[in-house]
Design a protein around this ligand. Structure first.
Ligand code: RFL
Ligand code: PHB
Length: 390
């Protein structure tokens, strides 16, 4: 098989890249390890920055998002029963859009089908060869047989556990990691959201988040120790714990009798791998970096990587310019590191860290009080939450 760009991974990053390339007249093949149903069964991010929304519109996949997505002009942070609203639209002129990653991915699959895009499912990439040449090769296994794709470029959109990052030689690659000693236990429920806007709740018992997917589907999270097992958390225990961490007037609005659609635990991690290009291989999205979900940045960073990568490949194939290719890693990393900082900071001020002493606990409360009193601090938070410019 031959193509211009071989894309490893059919998550949001890989699918969005294949769609944008197609619109620029560039061929690609997407290779995805899982089935389509499996990919669409994963419940992940829910908040889209205005830049991501703009890119999805450019990709021609925005009809459902523009119809069903919720525009949020603000969100709240709480400390026990004290509530603070961050006026995103008032401070930045931009809202965020609440529309689930599952729906984004579904819209991208539909668009790829309509344009006859090639996506090979249940095909596991096992090796990447000749990345330092201009004829790199992707080797994948499907139905017990090995296949090869020869391409001009390879886009590693294969998530944190995929093989592409490891194809960059160890002497070249540098990894930066911060692991957090807790995870988020999430619950998706068929119920009216407890509040019309998101609430990030800091509490001595640990962090809690009230989010949503629509007027009829809510998404909640509680911080849990990494040792915690899903089977130890029947829904009743989850609701009890969440209610203790969120402001009492919000807890009174919580509908805990709706059907539970999904529960899962995700570890929290900050991670960056540098560089994001080696020869003809690019990394984009979670394959190159991970943020803890507290800033709602994971999916949005995947989108900004794809923005830069699409522009670079379009200039290469359609205008014979190498510049975007050469600059991709530095440009993408510059935005990645700022989102890493924001996600790390949000995580640090809102969670209960087991190793924190009394002084550090007071520092967290002081951060909250400063935010509550300072418009400058709120503006900085708002600017980061709606997304820094591309
Ligand atoms: P994805 O979505 O992980 O997609 C990568 C795809 O690559 C495939 N793959 C392979 N394909 C072929 N051959 C191989 N050898 C392969 N190895 C892997 C995988 O099957 C997969 O389909 O990465 P992408 O496209 O970069 O998108 C990034 C986002 O998915 C991610 O940043 C966010 O979802 C992160 N994230 C969250 N972000 C938020 O903003 N809010 C959240 O609440 C939130 N929850 C989450 C999350 C990520 C999670 N992960 C990665 C475990 C919850 C979880 C559980
Ligand atoms: C979600 O709705 O899943 C969600 C929202 C905001 C976050 C993280 C997750 O910061």
């Amino acid at each position: 098989m031959k193509t211009q760009v071989a894309i490893v991974g059919g998550g949001p990053a890989g699918l969005l890249l294949s769609q944008l390339l197609d619109l620029s007249g560039i061929d690609s093949i997407v290779i995805e390890r899982r089935s389509r149903d499996y990919v669409l069964g994963r419940i992940r991010a829910g908040v889209l920055e205005a830049g991501t929304v703009g890119l999805l519109r450019e990709a021609g996949v925005s009809d459902r998002m523009d119809r069903d997505g919720q525009t949020h002009d603000g969100f709240e942070i709480s400390w026990h029963d004290e509530r603070l609203r961050i006026d995103l639209a008032g401070m930045t002129g931009k809202p965020v859009t609440v529309y689930g990653q599952t729906e984004v991915t579904r819209d991208l699959y539909t668009a790829r089908d309509e344009r006859g895009g090639e996506i090979i499912h249940e095909a596991e990439v096992v090796r990447i060869e000749s990345t330092e040449s201009d004829r790199p090769i992707v080797v994948f296994e499907k139905n017990g047989e090995e296949h090869r794709i020869e391409a001009r470029f390879i886009a590693g959109c294969d998530g944190f556990h995929g093989p592409c990052r490891r194809a960059i030689p160890e002497g070249v690659r540098r990894e930066f990691v911060r692991e957090y000693p807790f995870g988020w236990l999430g619950l998706l429920s068929r119920s009216k959201p407890a509040n019309s806007e998101l609430i990030y709740a800091a509490h001595e018992r640990g962090f809690g988040l009230c989010s949503m997917r629509s007027d009829a589907v809510s998404r909640y999270y509680v911080q849990v120790p990494l040792t915690e097992k899903l089977e130890d958390w029947p829904a009743d225990r989850f609701w009890d714990e969440l209610k203790r961490r969120i402001p009492v007037d919000v807890a009174s609005q919580l509908q805990s009798d709706g059907e539970v659609l999904e529960m899962s635990v995700a570890p929290l991690r900050s991670f960056v791998s540098e560089p994001l290009r080696h020869g003809s291989l690019f990394l984009a999205g979670d394959s190159g970096h991970i943020v803890p979900p507290t800033g709602a940045k994971g999916l949005n960073l995947a989108a900004s990587d794809i923005f830069y990568l699409h522009r670079a490949l379009d200039a290469f194939f359609n205008s014979a310019s190498n510049e975007g290719i050469v600059n991709y890693s530095a440009k993408a990393l510059s935005r990645v590191w700022k989102s890493e900082r924001f996600s790390w900071w949000m995580t640090s001020i809102l969670h209960d860290f087991p190793e924190m002493n009394a002084f550090e606990k007071r520092m967290q409360k002081a951060e909250f009080d400063y935010l509550a009193q300072s418009e400058a601090a709120q503006r900085s938070l708002a600017e980061n939450y709606v997304g820094l410019p591309y």
